[in-house]
Design a protein around this ligand. Sequence first.
Ligand code: HEC
Length: 149
Amino acid sequence: MTKKITLKAVLITTMLAASASAGGHTATEQRIIAMKAVGGEMRTLGGMAQGKVAYDDFAALSALETMRNAAAAAQPLFAAPPMEGEETRAMAAIWEDGSDFDAQMNAMLAALDAAIAAEPADLASFTPLFGAVAGTCKACHEKYRAPEE
Ligand code: HEC
């Protein structure tokens, strides 16, 4: 009984904390969080691509799917430019170039979809799919993400 109540209390506290923080974050902060999640999965996959970690088809597929979800969550959060004084590496060109940025977002999602659909069973089939995904990150960052200060 006591255990049940404690668990419930923990769950409620966690839910409250989650909703409070989501509500307290601006779109800029949320998209940075989402992109960091994309980057986290990229590290896992990059380790496999570089042979630092043994290729694991299940781990690769789940990382690709998590990355796809995070990237899809980030996309609409880039709709509006940052507010005055917000810390961001997103360049103004995103909102000046019209649909190009969105096209690059879609290219990333398409590369992720292709990699997921292929269900790469080994490193040899994973490597070119990973390369295609990584290429979309690089292309967009070169154009639209300011270098780190
Ligand atoms: C369509 C453009 C676009 C694509 C594609 C893209 N990014 Fe980004 N990414 C950005 C922009 C713009 C920012 C800066 C966001 C900000 O600071 O407001 C960013 C930020 C990040 C960050 C957070 C860095 C920080 O400021 O701390 C990481 C990590 C990241 N991207 C990884 C990736 C990875 C990995 C991929 C490919 C799988 C990728 N991105 C694809 C545009 C893109």
